[in-house]
Design a protein around this ligand. Structure first.
Ligand SMILES: Cc1ncc(COP(=O)(O)O)c(C=O)c1O
Length: 389
């Protein structure tokens, strides 16, 4: 996988990258990126770059060396207020999605969010690593179970047998697919299930203000039994992470006891300025235009290449190859043609897939050429036509 992994490059306009550190194929001066998750193409939006620069210039600082339990930049409070309006929840901002999850997991395990009773914490098997990584920390405090992906029956069984249950999952899954929020909400209503949903791949791309996939499926008041987390560095196009909370006492608890408040860095001023600028785009007509461009591009891909995700409206598509060796060979072949895709080999051996992230900024002709490349390279490598059976 050498030429596909840990690459260094220089972004140009749109989705192209130059100066590939592992060496570009001889005939190429640039590569089109289908790995990055900037689904609306906001990451190099001039207003977001300008917002980052302006925040540093106005406040003459990048980072304060203070714990957030002590002193916080004024604009961080402003950002949290604007995000609270967008997501209709009390929003706390962190310097990454990973840190938002890291701060939440021990608090979930402690029982402080579930009336003082330590819960059984159930992880979806496909929960992204920034959630799954914390299982040992949670297990040091309370019981942990992992169930199959979207296995609602197994979850219901655990809810029946245990008085306090927390379920941790992705809203839109980073490896394709999504969580059945309607069914999860039914379990919440029936058994008081506490839901912790990471919607990093869902925010911005859905909703009039980019509320995301998960948030609109909950009532106007999020309530005491749901937390939604998200990264601000994917569709949102900036940098950082958020927790959407539904109760004032939860906010107080997190501001006192969540680890990133006591240690590690707060979002820096560039990140805050960029995020405030992105919020302005989220509250303008441009958001809807970008969401529509994204949908057109997903539809175009789906008309040419069949995937298990074809019937959903999310921007992640996975090409089922099976053999790891073949998947790597196909991804290298696509790179030779100027398209950077990623190979997913986790969690099941022998079920390797090529992952394609579609964005609003991809040129139509690049998507068409990528699709032709996928069909051609798969046949050349495996000797069989795609889709492989
Ligand atoms: C579902 C999910 N949650 C959280 C993260 C981490 O976000 P960040 O990069 O902001 O730390 C990722 C990143 O890949 C992700 O896919």
């Amino acid at each position: 996988m050498a030429s596909l992994m840990t690459v260094r490059g220089d972004p140009t306009t749109g989705r192209t990258t130059t100066s590939w550190s592992n060496g570009l194929p001889a005939s190429r001066s640039q590569v089109v990126d289908f790995v990055g998750c900037s689904y609306l193409g906001l990451d190099n939006h001039p207003a977001i770059i300008a917002g980052a620069i302006e925040a540093i210039e106005v406040h003459r600082s990048l980072q304060w060396s203070h714990a957030r339990t002590r002193l916080n930049f004024d604009p961080l409070g402003e950002l949290e207020d604007i995000l609270s309006g967008i997501f209709c929840a009390r929003v706390l901002a962190f310097s990454s999605g990973m840190l938002a999850n890291l701060g939440a997991m021990p608090i979930l395990a402690s029982g402080q969010l579930t009336g003082g009773s330590k819960p059984l914490v159930v992880f979806d098997q496909s929960a992204q690593i920034s959630l799954a990584y914390h299982k040992p920390v949670v297990a040091a405090e309370t019981r942990v179970e992992t169930i199959g992906h979207n296995d609602i029956d197994a979850l219901e069984g655990l809810c029946r047998d245990n008085s306090v249950v927390v379920y941790v999952c992705d809203g839109v899954c980073s490896a394709g697919g999504y969580s059945p929020i309607k069914e999860l909400r039914q379990l919440q209503e029936r058994y008081g299930l506490f839901l912790y949903i990471d919607d990093s791949h869902g925010i911005s791309i859905f909703g009039d203000r980019g509320e995301g996939f998960a948030r609109p499926q909950f009532p106007h008041v999020l309530g005491e039994r749901t937390i939604i987390s998200a990264s601000l560095s994917k569709g949102f196009g900036a940098s950082g992470g958020v927790l959407m909370l539904g109760a004032a006492d939860h906010e107080e608890l997190f501001r006192r006891h969540s680890l990133p408040y006591a240690a590690s860095m707060a979002p820096n001023l560039a990140a805050i300025g960029a995020a405030i600028a992105s919020c302005k785009i989220h509250r303008s007509a441009e958001l809807g235009q970008r969401q529509r461009r994204l949908k057109q591009r997903i539809d175009l891909f789906d008309r040419r290449v069949a995937t298990a995700e074809q019937c959903n409206s999310f921007p992640i598509r996975t090409i089922a190859i099976g053999s790891e060796t073949n998947a790597i060979a196909i991804a290298k072949g696509l790179l030779d043609c100027g398209f950077y895709t990623s190979v997913a080999v986790f969690p099941t051996p022998g079920m390797a897939r090529i992952r394609v992230c579609i964005t609003a900024e991809h040129e139509v002709r690049d998507i068409e050429r990528l699709c032709d490349g996928i069909l051609q390279k798969t046949t050349e490598t495996t000797g069989k036509p795609y889709p492989l059976r």
